[in-house]
Design a protein around this ligand. Structure first.
Ligand code: HEM
Length: 492
């Protein structure tokens, strides 16, 4: 549809669930409830009155926050019509653990096989609803039980995911939560497939929220309903199709994966490789991550942040380090965000477009198969759980995005698990890879650190330090969509 025909509406923060805009660093206590619907009517009644937090900035920030998201099985359990569910993306509909090919692509093999998961690995253990509760230290228990009162009339609890506050550090001991995309809330970035020759951290709103143009200048597919199905106009009308009610607008997809970290084995491996030398050990661990344990990028950074960044430690690219001499090409943060840009402006047309978006990069052959980062950003909202060394510990990995396949699945499969990432061989992500041989026998348990002259330094025999314990794809609706879904039965 031509842009002139669109009704561009201002961003309505009050309609958006606050998790899209805030990570709630002050709300250090959190827990995530995985629920199954037992009585749809009572479940809808609870959802209708739940105090869901909006993305509006308040003078005094909230002391608690509550968010709600649904799996496709959950929408079905709430009696949402099948043709509405069909409007969601196919990976959301079938789910994270739906088939062995997806499991293979995501690296969910061996101990991470969905058959071994504590939740989400089979239809009987599939959560319907995710309720996320956040509170100031000490405030969760009382407020949480009040917020959840009467929920038992409509739901049963499948699992309660607790979280821990490790003070900005993930369980292996590295500073976390440093790099996030800067969302273009003002919609100033031209919503068109412009050719960017420089990496920018600024990312179109439509990469994270449905109903807005994404980095291709297109509106991501989402359920658009006949206006007659929403006679009271509970839902916003679609910008690109004003006669349709937009069930997706201001909503997002949410990926949740429970990632258990074997901290003792990780540091044992490091110690073996460093032959007991703690300085060499720390250096190796930092090369595997791409940042020091304190959070400094191995690439270095300027004193001042640029490009709308709030943290100068996030102001860098790998452009001056094509060989990986300062930051190994296979380091976790380089794989998960190679910080590359499109080809410089060139010939228009399909070949140029395919080259820019599918993977042939202008920064040299070493970067082939690394497609432009701006189509594969993730908004991370995870929380740690357990306190090492006494408890089972890990990360409830959470990311938001408007397209699960192009964002989370691509990063997880092509970049983190990809054995041919950027010309490397026999490697996968040193931190989170499963390091099992591939079906064709290719090994994935090495990690190489190039040096200026001579052969790469290399560690072999990497073990699986992170195992998946559960996971699912959710839809995080707008507050209007939540109201609509809680009234589903009254639709014509
Ligand atoms: C237990 C598992 C994991 C651990 C311990 C871990 C650890 C880290 C650490 C220490 C950082 C650097 C801090 C920062 O830049 O914010 C980081 C960054 C990042 N991680 Fe992970 N991570 C894990 C899983 C994942 C997964 C599953 C994904 C994606 C599928 C992912 C994607 C990213 C991204 C996109 C960044 C930011 C990179 C950048 O923009 O420079 N991580 N992670």
């Amino acid at each position: 549809m031509a842009e002139a025909a669109m009704t561009v509406q201002p961003v309505d923060y009050d309609d958006i669930q606050g998790l899209v805009r805030f990570g709630y660093p002050r709300l250090k206590q959190a827990c995530f409830l995985l629920l199954r619907v037992t009585h749809p009517e009572a479940a809808r009644a609870w959802i209708a009155q739940a105090p869901v937090t909006s993305a509006t900035k308040l003078e005094s920030p909230p002391e608690t926050a509550l968010h709600i998201a649904f799996t496709s099985a959950g929408l079905r359990a709430l009696e949402v019509a099948e043709d509405i569910i069909e409007g969601f993306s196919s990976e959301f509909i079938v789910g994270m653990s739906s088939d062995s090919s997806r499991a293979r692509r995501l690296g969910d093999l061996g101990d991470s096989d969905p058959g071994c998961w504590q939740w989400g690995g089979s239809p009987a253990e599939m959560p319907h609803v995710l309720v996320m509760l956040y509170a100031m230290p000490g405030g969760l228990a009382e407020w949480g039980s009040k917020a959840m009162s009467q929920a038992e009339e409509g739901f049963e609890q499948l699992a309660l995911l607790t979280t821990s506050d490790l003070d900005g550090v993930e369980p292996f001991g590295f500073a976390d939560g440093i790099s996030e995309p800067t969302i273009d809330w003002e919609r100033e970035r031209p919503a068109r497939d412009v050719e960017l020759s420089d990496y920018t951290n600024r990312s179109c709103l439509g990469e994270y929220l449905l109903g807005y143009p994404n980095e291709y200048g297109e509106y991501t597919d989402r359920p658009l309903l006949d206006g007659l199905r929403d006679p009271d106009a509970i839902l916003a009308r679609a910008e690109d199709a004003p006669e349709r009610a937009d069930l997706g607008r201001n909503g997002s997809y949410l990926v949740l994966r429970q990632l258990k970290q074997n901290v003792a084995d990780f540091w044992r491996f490091i110690d073996e490789q460093a032959q007991g030398d703690p300085v060499r050990g720390k250096q190796l661990a930092e090369e595997m991550v791409g940042r020091t344990m304190e959070g400094e990028p191995l690439m270095g950074h300027p004193e001042e942040a640029i490009d709308g960044e709030s943290d100068p430690r996030n102001t860098f690219t790998y452009r001056s380090d094509t060989k990986g001499l300062r930051c190994p090409i296979g380091a976790h943060i380089r794989r998960s965000n190679p910080r590359n840009a499109d080809l410089p402006p060139g010939e228009p047309g399909f070949i140029s477009w395919a080259a820019r978006t599918l993977g042939f990069d202008a920064e040299g052959l070493a970067n082939d198969l690394v497609s432009s980062t701006r189509f594969h950003r993730l908004l991370r909202r995870g929380r740690e759980y357990g306190v090492p060394p006494h408890e089972e510990t890990g990360l409830h990995f959470i990311c938001l995005g408007a397209n699960i396949a192009r964002q989370f699945e691509f990063v997880q499969s092509a970049w983190l698990s990809g054995v041919r990432f950027a010309g490397l061989s026999n490697e996968s992500d040193p931190l989170i890879g499963n390091h099992l041989p591939r079906e064709d026998g290719t090994t994935t348990d090495t990690f190489s650190m190039p040096v200026a002259s001579g052969p790469d330094r290399r560690v072999c025999g990497l073990r699986q330090f992170v195992t998946v314990q559960g996971g699912a794809y959710f839809f995080l609706p707008s507050r209007r969509a939540l109201r609509y879904l809680s009234k589903v039965k009254v639709q014509p």
